[in-house]
Write a protein of this length. Structure first.
Length: 115
């Protein structure tokens, strides 16, 4: 079973920054999109940011201008730089990697923003 490894979550005060990273095994090839989702308690999982194979990015409106998604194709990694964090950003964050045939999810990392 393929496992994505996430890191970088934690507790931060409002206005602070965190950087999440997600690494996929080298056995996964032809990666298309790489995404970050989040799920807050009692809420549905939502797509936060996405980056295509060509580097094109998309963000949910609530994080535009604060979060930046990036990818390193040589290392099969995707990162999410989160600045100006708000308490409403508190959630478990998941990475997802999609190829032409499969989707792979990370185990989730907790991000908690205190007011």
């Amino acid at each position: 079973q393929v496992q994505l490894v996430e890191s970088g979550g934690g507790l931060v005060q409002a206005g602070g920054s965190l950087r999440l990273s997600c690494a996929a095994p080298g056995s996964i090839s032809r990666i298309r999109t790489m995404d970050w989702y989040r799920q807050a308690p009692g809420k549905q999982r939502e797509l936060v940011a996405s980056i295509g194979s060509g580097g094109n990015t998309n963000y949910v409106y609530s994080v535009k201008g604060r979060f930046t998604i990036s990818r390193d194709n040589a290392k099969n990694m995707v990162s999410l730089q989160m600045n100006s964090l708000k308490p409403e950003d508190t959630a478990v964050y998941y990475c997802k990697i999609s190829t032409a045939w499969s989707e792979y999810w990370g185990q989730g990392t907790q991000v908690t923003v205190s007011s």
